[in-house]
Design a protein around this ligand. Structure first.
Ligand code: HEC
Ligand code: HEC
Ligand code: HEC
Ligand code: HEC
Ligand code: HEC
Length: 179
């Protein structure tokens, strides 16, 4: 008999607490696949030797979807032989440069196929208007890929594009970004 009375509000509160934990803590962790870059790359270290972002991010092919990530040849310019002998550099030279293999760099933000984005009309803007400031970073961020949508957590949202276009007097007509 007394067991029935135990009902009350406790199970209800516990149920809510469990739902909140699943919704806020567990679900986001299950939703995103975490990805690491194939080789360690430090912008900070390389800035000392290079100074120019364009050496590796020059949008060479000028394709609308060009991701601007460096090619293996960009690295081979200096790493045609082992310079420092760290494990990552050895892998870079042996597994990619000597075999002339493409390095599968992971993309942090890829736009959906129905969105047209090109760096070209944006070339006068600072990279940091749309990307994190990497110049002084030693380690690369983890990439979070959404299992359901196939896009990353840092993929730029429509309202972010539109906010800047409104500020800068660029067009917000639908056909500008959706072809
Ligand atoms: C020697 C080649 C090289 C140079 C020079 C270089 N980068 Fe990179 N950059 C890379 C590589 C490799 C990656 C992909 C791995 C990573 O995430 O760091 C990358 C990734 C990035 C990303 C995406 C990372 C993110 O966190 O979203 C940005 C933004 C970027 N670089 C900006 C710059 C800027 C700005 C400069 C100049 C100050 C610069 N890079 C100079 C090689 C280079
Ligand atoms: C302009 C020359 C130059 C280019 C281009 C260049 N590097 Fe380097 N890299 C260096 C030098 C110099 C060092 C050693 C720096 C030091 O120890 O101070 C180095 C060190 C490294 C190391 C060892 C340090 C570590 O983090 O383990 C790795 C890995 C590396 N580079 C990866 C790359 C990759 C990947 C690319 C192409 C995206 C690249 N580098 C392009 C000059 C270059
Ligand atoms: C107006 C915003 C904007 C500016 C300014 C900008 N980018 Fe991007 N960048 C993007 C978007 C959006 C993407 C994803 C493109 C796609 O999927 O087609 C991207 C992709 C990239 C990538 C591929 C890796 C990643 O993070 O997914 C690199 C590297 C990159 N940009 C570097 C740069 C550099 C270097 C500069 C400055 C010279 C720069 N960008 C300026 C918006 C911008
Ligand atoms: C930080 C500001 C900023 C952000 C963020 C931004 N843009 Fe732009 N965009 C501009 C400016 C400024 C122009 C106009 C350049 C000109 O007129 O020369 C422009 C122009 C364009 C153009 C060419 C327009 C034309 O009439 O030819 C396209 C396409 C475009 N943006 C797409 C995007 C998309 C897609 C995103 C989001 C993924 C985005 N932009 C985010 C500032 C921004
Ligand atoms: C400045 C660029 C830009 C303009 C202008 C723009 N969009 Fe988008 N739109 C995007 C980007 C980037 C995405 C993908 C990211 C996202 O879903 O937020 C997107 C996604 C969408 C989606 C997919 C659903 C969603 O919200 O995720 C629809 C539908 C859409 N846009 C309709 C429109 C319509 C209708 C207009 C005109 C009133 C318009 N867009 C104008 C950049 C733009």
């Amino acid at each position: 008999m007394s067991r029935k009375k135990k009902g009350g509000i406790m199970p209800f509160l516990l149920g809510i607490a469990a739902a909140l934990i699943v919704g806020w803590v567990i679900f986001p962790q299950v939703l995103y696949v975490q990805g690491k870059q194939p080789i360690h790359f430090s912008h900070k270290l390389h800035q000392k030797h290079i100074g120019e972002c364009e050496l590796c991010h020059s949008n060479k092919e000028q394709e609308p979807y060009a991701t601007q990530l460096p090619s293996t040849e960009d690295c081979a310019l200096c790493h045609y032989e082992v310079l420092t002998g760290t494990p990552d550099e050895e892998r870079l030279v042996k597994d990619y440069i000597e075999k002339d293999k493409k390095i599968p760099w992971k993309v942090y933000q890829k736009q959906p196929d129905n969105v047209y984005f090109s760096h070209l009309p944006h070339e006068d803007l600072e990279c940091t208007r749309c990307h994190p400031d990497v110049e002084d970073t030693q380690d690369m961020p983890t990439r979070y890929l959404n299992r359901l949508t196939g896009y990353t957590r840092t993929t730029m949202k429509m309202h972010e594009c539109e906010r800047c276009h409104a500020q800068e007097g660029a067009s917000n007509a639908c056909y500008v970004c959706h072809k």
